[in-house]
Structure formats: structure tokens, C-alpha cells
Design a protein. Structure first.
Length: 152
């Protein structure tokens, strides 16, 4: 492959990433450090610090525990201002809590990464991290390549 065609492919890829990134602006969720209580469709979510870990509780019942220096999460907010899903930053990587099920579905990404921004698209989560863009769906993380898919 020639240098010119390689350069052209990289320019097209970065242009596509820029277009996709700007299309996400309206549906991006800001990072939160709130420990709660947060209203979810399944009950009241609270993050409680215990030693070096955080314990996630729903209506004061523990459903998960994770290690993290600080609490950081990205929430998917429904039309009635309740959290339907949240992506939590942990030392082991992002963890998705889906409150549309009771007990909540807990999906660990298994990929250590620092998440900067999160976008919700149907049942998948699109994350921007320090290593690029990733899709998290059905418990699997895949690196996004250039595509013609537009997320809203």
C-alpha cells in the first residue's frame, strides 16, 4: 500500500471520527460524582464508601461492590428524570448497571480504561476513552473503527 493511500485512509478515518463525535453532542451524558440517593426506575441508588471500595445499593440493599479511588459515573436519564442505566468507572474498568431489570443487571467490561464521555444508543453504550472510541453491548467491549453508523 502506498504512503498516499495510507495517508488518505487515515484522514478519512479521522474525519469520520470527528463527524461522529460532533453528532454525539446532544446525547452525551456528563460525568457525575454524586453518591446519591439517585432515583432509578428500580428504586433509590446509593454509592457508599466502605474502606477502599464502594458498595452500590438499591433501596439500601447491596447489589455490587467495586474498587475505585473516586466515584465517577455516567447516567442515562429517562423522560421522567429517573436513571435507567449508569456506567460506573472502576479500577477494573467500566461497569454497566441496568436498572430496567430487577435486580439490576451488572455487566463488567473487563477492559481497564479511563472513560471521558458516554453516549447511549438503544441497548449499547458508546464510550470515548484515552485509547479511542469503544462500544459496550451485551457485556462485550469492541473498539470502534471507521463506519457510516451515526449515533443519536
Amino acid at each position: 500500500m502506498s504512503h498516499a493511500s495510507n495517508l488518505s485512509r487515515h484522514v478519512k478515518t479521522w474525519l469520520l471520527v470527528a463527524i461522529v463525535a460532533t453528532s454525539f453532542v446532544t446525547c452525551a451524558q456528563a460525568q457525575s460524582t454524586a453518591s446519591g440517593p439517585l432515583a432509578t426506575v428500580a428504586g433509590q441508588l446509593q454509592f457508599v464508601r466502605e474502606d477502599r471500595d464502594f458498595v452500590a445499593t438499591l433501596d439500601q440493599k447491596s447489589f455490587d461492590r467495586f474498587s475505585a479511588n473516586t466515584l465517577a459515573h455516567f447516567d442515562d436519564i429517562s423522560a421522567n428524570d429517573t436513571v435507567t442505566r449508569t456506567l460506573v468507572q472502576t479500577e477494573a474498568g467500566p461497569v454497566l448497571y441496568d436498572f430496567r431489570r430487577r435486580p439490576p443487571l451488572v455487566q463488567r467490561s473487563g477492559k481497564r480504561m479511563s472513560v471521558r464521555r458516554v453516549f447511549w444508543q438503544g441497548d449499547e453504550v458508546v464510550m470515548q476513552g484515552s485509547q479511542g472510541w469503544f462500544r459496550f453491548t451485551r457485556g462485550e467491549v469492541t473498539k470502534l473503527q471507521s463506519s457510516t453508523t451515526t449515533y443519536h
